[in-house]
Design a protein around this ligand. Structure first.
Ligand SMILES: *Cc1c(COP(=O)(O)O)cnc(C)c1O
Length: 425
């Protein structure tokens, strides 16, 4: 396969030759760049920093298998039946305990929680109940791709705010809001979306000052904040900062979370924590989507949480991720310190390092040199709210071995050198 064809697969319109009359929305849907790029990451001998998934060896498979057998045999009247749309009450009970432990948020009850099919469904449902076509949402640059896709389904207009080393550029947030306010359109601004801890893709954590500033802005303009926090408890070092929900309260902040990154994604258990009237609307929207989340995996998760302390269970995985992250940062130092303008994040948790080359480089363009060297990453362009080149890349350290991380970064340096001479820089 030539690079040229590859390019067409990524950006080509696969719908062009069909005689169906698709909806306007379907017409706009495109295959994700990540999906296409990673098809080639499975060639023998390849080292991939592209994956965004946790290490399957961290999944408690024996424990889950045992519980699954028990609950299918003994609790079949629940596990093999439809559930209520809100979610398994047994699971919600466990989630409330966990929310208290992790975020120290008081006054939450059953009616503040909706169980979703992963937090991807949470993003989709939040879009459905809050966004009308043409409405505005504030997102980051770079931003979590799944959120961008979910909000795009609602024909959202993105107000894009640069992500600094300590979170969203607050002056830019204020400036974008002021522009809308001045043009009389502030009522069409629906919420600020932010992945507050170890953002996917950048690994950046929003500082306490910026969290407070975001809440203040939201209060001033009566906006919601949608806080997405799948990585918060995957912290390698330092103290957890208060969540936006803790600072702003349940009236101001909608909190999304998931068991995908701390237990396993295959269960597809996510959640929305929000003010009761918002949850009630979300429940209605979910009814039209899938009636209820799978009873089996909800109860499986509930019984697992009852029997095991998930925050303890995840500790060995956190130790492993810390080691791998340290290895990646060290390898980047060893291989790229001489490149003026190259920089990388050193996250205190999560799964990703964000590696930025000097401005004149384009990581999408460089991809074919990396592919030749059998090393893979996700070009930063994938995480741009609007299509534009990027000199950054997302590098996941959680799947490759320590040795492969060293070797992969070396290969990356070699690919960089080849790309640099190709560009004549
Ligand atoms: C992984 C991830 C999710 C969603 O994962 P689900 O498996 O759908 O729960 C949501 N937001 C961010 C930022 C993520 O990285």
């Amino acid at each position: 396969m030539f690079w040229h064809d590859f390019d067409n697969i990524i950006w080509g319109d696969l719908m062009q030759n069909t005689q169906f009359q698709f909806s306007k929305l379907a017409g706009k849907l495109k295959s994700s760049m990540i999906r296409e790029l990673l098809k080639y990451a499975n060639v023998p001998g390849a080292i991939s920093f592209g994956g965004g998934t946790p290490d399957p060896e961290t999944f408690p498979r024996h424990e889950l298998a045992q519980i699954a057998k028990e609950i299918i045999e003994n609790e079949y009247k629940y596990t093999l039946q439809y559930s209520v749309t809100e979610g398994d009450p047994e699971l919600i009970k466990q989630i409330l305990i966990l929310l208290k432990r992790v975020y120290d948020i008081d006054r939450l009850s059953n009616e503040n929680v909706l169980i979703t099919v992963g937090s991807q469904q949470a993003l989709e449902l939040v879009g459905k109940v809050l966004i009308d076509p043409g409405d505005y949402v504030i997102v980051g640059d770079p931003e979590y791709l799944g959120a961008l896709s979910a909000f795009r389904m609602r024909d959202t207009q993105f107000l894009v705010v640069k992500f600094d080393d300590d979170g969203p550029d607050i002056d830019m947030v204020k400036q974008k809001i002021k522009q809308l306010d001045d043009s009389g359109q502030i009522e069409y601004l629906k919420f600020i979306y932010v992945v507050s801890n170890f953002q996917n893709p950048s690994g950046i954590t929003t500082s306490l000052e910026k969290r407070k500033a975001l809440v203040e802005i939201a209060e001033q303009y009566d906006l919601l904040i949608v806080e997405d926090d799948p990585y918060g408890v995957l912290r390698f070092k330092g103290e957890m900062l208060p969540s936006l929900m803790k600072i702003g309260g349940v009236e101001r902040v909608v909190l999304l979370n998931t068991f995908s990154k701390i237990l396993c994604p295959g269960l597809r258990i996510g959640m929305i924590v929000a003010d009761k009237p918002i949850i009630r609307k979300l429940v209605l929207a979910k009814q039209g989507t899938d009636l209820c989340s799978p009873s089996l995996t909800m109860r499986l998760t509930a019984r697992y949480l009852e029997r095991y302390d998930v925050l303890e269970q995840i500790k060995p995985a956190i130790d492993l991720y810390r080691k791998k992250k340290d290895t990646m940062v060290k390898a980047l130092e060893e291989n790229f310190s001489d490149i003026i303008g190259a920089k990388w994040t050193n996250p205190e948790g999560g799964l990703f390092v964000w590696f930025t080359l000097p401005k004149s480089f384009d990581t999408m363009e460089m991809f074919r040199f990396a592919e030749e060297n059998k090393v893979f990453y996700i070009p930063g362009e994938a995480f741009k709210p609007f299509e534009e080149p990027s000199s950054s890349m997302r590098m996941s350290f959680c799947l490759p071995s320590i040795e492969d991380i060293h070797e992969g970064v070396k290969r990356l340096r070699d690919a960089f050198d080849k790309y640099r001479s190709y560009k004549g820089l």
